[in-house]
Each structure stands twice: as C-alpha cells, then as structure tokens.
Design a protein around this ligand. Structure first.
Ligand SMILES: *[C@@H]1O[C@H](CO)[C@@H](O)[C@H](O)[C@H]1NC(C)=O
Ligand SMILES: *[C@@H]1O[C@H](CO)[C@@H](O)[C@H](O)[C@H]1NC(C)=O
Ligand SMILES: *[C@@H]1O[C@H](CO)[C@@H](O)[C@H](O)[C@H]1NC(C)=O
Ligand SMILES: *[C@@H]1O[C@H](CO)[C@@H](O)[C@H](O)[C@H]1NC(C)=O
Ligand SMILES: *[C@@H]1O[C@H](CO)[C@@H](O)[C@H](O)[C@H]1NC(C)=O
Length: 425
C-alpha cells in the first residue's frame, strides 16, 4: 500500500544490477577446492571456462585430480577438450533435482552437442537414478554403460550453475580415439574454400600470408575469414589499390595469435591485438556480444561472426560477413592513403612492415594467452575432415539465451533510469 521507500528501491535495483552484470566465474568457484585443481586448470587451458561463464543454466560434472590426470595423461588438448565438453550439462542439476528425475532416467544435452560434431546421441549424457540412492552417468550412445557415479555436490547457485563431483569421466564412443593430425597437417586453404571463402583463400596464398598463419598455428591461431559475398558487397574497397605491404597488413588483421573460441570472444572486453598489430593500440579489434551474436568492430566498420568452420585447439577458424577494415588503412580518406602511416599518432610505433611480418613481432593477443604447446590436434571428433559449420544456435538452449539477453539489457536500462531519477530527486 505505502509507497516503496526509495532506499528499498535502491537496494532492489542494485541487486538486479548485480545479477545482470556479474556472470558466474567457474575458475573462481573451483579455486577453493584443491581436489579439482587439475580439472580447473584444464577448463582454463581449453578455454571451456569462458564458454561456461558465458552461459546461463549449467551443471559442471567435476573430476577430482586422480580421475582428471587419468583422462589427461594420454591425450592431446583437443581430445581432452571434447571429453570435458561432455562434462558440462546445459541444464541445472543439484543433488535434489538428481533424485527427482521423472521416471528415474533422462538424457541431457552437453556442450559437446553444441559443436555440431557430435553425431547421433554422442552429445548427450544419460542420467539415471539407480537403486540405493546412487545416481549414474554415462554416454547416451546406445550400448554405453553408466560408469560414472555422483559422489557429492561441490557448489551450486540455484538455478543457474551447479558443480557436482562424479567419480569417473564420462566417455562417449570414439571421443578419445578421434584422428589427431598434427597442427601443421591442417590445410587452412582447403577448409576456407569448403566454407565459402575462396577469395580470402586465394589472397592469402598469393600474398604469402598463408605461411605466416601456418607458422603461427603451433602457438595458437584464430582466423576471421570474410565470405566470398563479403568481397562483393557494395562499398567494399578496391583491394587492387593497396600496396603489397598494405594487403599483407589487411590479411594479417583478420587473424589473432592464440586459440580464441567463440566463448572466449564473448567474454572479451578489452581490445584485442591481431597479427597485423605493430604497436600499442594499432590494428586492434573490439568485440561486442549481444546474446549469441558476436560482432567485431574495427573503428571503421563492423562484421558479424557468421559460422565456426573449425574449433580445435590450437586453431579456430570463423567466417565473417564483411571485410574487417582497419582504421590504419581505411580510417580517414575514402580510398587507402598512399602515405605509410597517418601522422596524427604521436606514438613511436614502427610503420607497417613491408613484407609478411614474422609472427614473433606480433604481441600476443590480450584476450588469450598462447595455448600450451601440444603435439597433435584434431577436427574435434569430426568423423571426416569435412568441417561442420557450427551455427551458434544449434541448440534450443542457445535460443533461450538469445531471448534472455534483450530482457536483461532492458532491466539494466530501466534500473539505471530509475536510479538516475532517485539521485535527482
Ligand atoms: C575468474 O576468476 C579468476 C580467479 O579468481 C580470475 O583470475 C579471472 O580473472 C576471473 N574471470 C573473470 C571473467 O572475472
Ligand atoms: C539410460 O541408460 C540406461 C542403462 O543403459 C537405460 O536403461 C535407460 O533407458 C537410459 N535412459 C534413457 C532416457 O535413454
Ligand atoms: C540466476 O539466473 C536467473 C536468470 O536466468 C536470474 O533471474 C537469477 O536471479 C539468477 N540467480 C542468481 C542467484 O544469480
Ligand atoms: C591444400 O588444399 C588445396 C586445395 O584446396 C591444395 O591446392 C593444396 O595443395 C593443399 N595443400 C597441401 C599442403 O596439401
Ligand atoms: C539460427 O537462427 C536463425 C534465426 O533465429 C534461423 O534463421 C536459422 O535457420 C538458425 N540456424 C540453425 C542452424 O538453426
């Protein structure tokens, strides 16, 4: 009846703001538990931590150090990543909910399913309430056993994220034995051609930038490949007017050092360096996320990330809708300036190098420390070498996330407005 006291309103608004602006941080959640330090470390190394943090409703099936080291011992990071993806359920299960599964058994979606590389039931986990209060977990693939058992709850934030311990890893058939070609075996241009980026592929070959990319793979590489449509779009600059050095810079601008999957991009707030970066703040990119849509901003134009061609540590390849036009080349004048560098900047940054710059000159990406060195990697459990274009909205879960985002933005806006009027009154 009585009007809400302004202070109460303020508290309410602040708590709404806190919820909407702070996502969970799985690394911090697991940090107090030394039993899961190896598991936690692998979540970070594979960048699954970013993927987890960028999602709303999850259950993480944690493995203790003994179970995790057994899983990690014999496999490259790309295989470990797929195995761990199966340990992130896209639904909320705390101990109470585990024991209330209707009919005592259910199949639940995992992060592995969202890769688009999990045929049949491989991306699902079977949870079954067993006799004597035990809960069993196993791959949903036909004929799989429920070899993992729930042991305890580690931490939960109802109904957003629950971390529970299981006693053994869940292994889907074939997940550990996927062919693992060495990083240098990946044919980048072949993948790009198949993904509808023939123009970009031919440019990186003719300019020699492909060699720069190839020598960067081992330490981690992320490519943003403009589609063939992007090169034909109205307003796209005439690349034949660029000098060789400028073309090289432009192509290097479409790559980052470091393995940076979509979940990591979504949690990136600072500008990121590219392979073209030759001084602080030069040739960098900003990332904007709205729901599941990730957009790269150059300062001149912006481009949506359209598909994931490959996400396999240490290499990520995305397609983008438009060419990324760096301000350093396309900033002021409508056509690229013939001068080597705009003189407006007082910084002592070196000018664009005239030949394909050695990779070592590019500072490591701010957002992603180089992935640990590894011997082999694989197209993430893909049965053939054909890349599966992974749409970000492959699951209904993503659709739900899409719908939540604008609602949150609205809440924040409304709260900020009300907050402003309280201060004013
Ligand atoms: C998550 O927590 C870890 C450890 O506390 C911290 O290093 C990291 O910066 C945090 N990440 C985010 C996105 O806040
Ligand atoms: C889960 O696995 C058990 C044992 O293999 C099986 O009996 C059950 O039908 C499976 N549950 C579902 C929902 O498929
Ligand atoms: C969990 O997420 C929902 C939105 O999905 C939000 O309304 C709720 O406040 C969150 N709870 C906590 C404890 O963060
Ligand atoms: C990569 O694939 C292309 C065809 O897309 C082929 O022309 C080229 O020879 C291949 N490179 C290697 C090293 O196999
Ligand atoms: C993704 O969503 C868009 C619109 O929301 C739809 O047009 C498109 O077909 C969806 N793609 C997939 C693979 O589900």
């Amino acid at each position: 009846m009585g009007a809400l006291h302004p202070l109460h309103l303020l508290c309410l608004i602040l708590s709404v703001l806190a919820i909407t602006t702070t996502a969970h941080n799985i690394t911090a959640m697991l940090a107090p538990f030394p039993d899961y330090s190896l598991f936690n470390s692998y979540l970070s190394q594979t960048k699954l931590a970013d993927e987890i943090n960028s999602r709303q409703t999850l259950t993480v099936l944690a493995l203790n150090n003994a179970a995790m080291s057994a899983l990690a011992a014999k496999h490259p990071l790309s295989v470990i990543k797929n195995a761990l993806r199966l340990h992130v359920l896209l639904d909320y299960y705390d101990p109470q909910k585990l024991h209330q599964i209707s009919k005592g058994t259910t199949l639940t979606t995992t992060l592995y399913q969202t890769t688009g590389n999990a045929p049949g039931n491989l991306g699902f986990v079977n949870i079954t309430d067993l006799k004597g209060g035990k809960v069993g977990f196993g791959s949903a693939a036909p004929g799989s056993k429920l070899d993992s058992t729930y042991t305890k709850s580690v931490k939960s934030i109802p109904y957003n994220i629950s971390v529970i311990e299981i006693d053994a890893p869940i292994i889907a058939p074939g997940i550990l034995t996927a062919p693992a070609p060495s990083a240098s075996d990946v044919n980048i241009t072949a993948l790009l051609e198949k993904a509808g980026c023939k123009t970009f592929a031919s440019l990186i070959i003719s300019s020699g930038v492909i060699k720069v990319y190839q020598s960067a793979i081992e330490k981690g590489l992320t490519l943003f490949a403009p589609s063939d449509m992007a090169f034909k779009a109205p307003g796209t600059p005439d690349l034949s007017k660029l000098t060789n050095a400028e073309l090289v810079s432009l192509l290097q601008y479409h790559a980052l050092t470091g393995y940076t999957p979509i979940g990591t991009l979504k949690t990136t707030k600072d500008p990121i360096s590219t392979l073209a970066t030759n001084g602080a703040g030069k040739y960098d990119l900003r990332v904007e996320t709205a729901g599941d849509e990730v957009t790269l901003k150059t300062g001149v134009d912006s481009s949506r990330i359209a598909t994931t061609v490959l996400d396999s540590t240490p290499l990520c390849i995305f397609t983008v809708d438009s060419l990324l036009l760096p301000a350093e080349l396309f900033g002021k004048s409508p056509s690229p300036a013939p001068a080597p560098e705009p003189v407006s900047s007082p910084s002592p940054a070196p000018v664009v190098s005239p030949s394909p710059a050695p990779v070592s000159e590019a500072p490591a990406s701010v957002a992603s420390p180089p992935a640990p060195p590894m011997e082999t990697q694989t197209p993430e459990g893909a049965p053939s070498d054909a890349p599966t274009a992974t749409s970000e909205n492959a699951t209904s879960d993503n659709a739900a996330a899409d719908m939540k985002a604008p609602a949150f933005a609205f809440l924040v806006t409304v709260s900020a407005t009300v907050l402003g009027s309280i201060w004013l009154s």
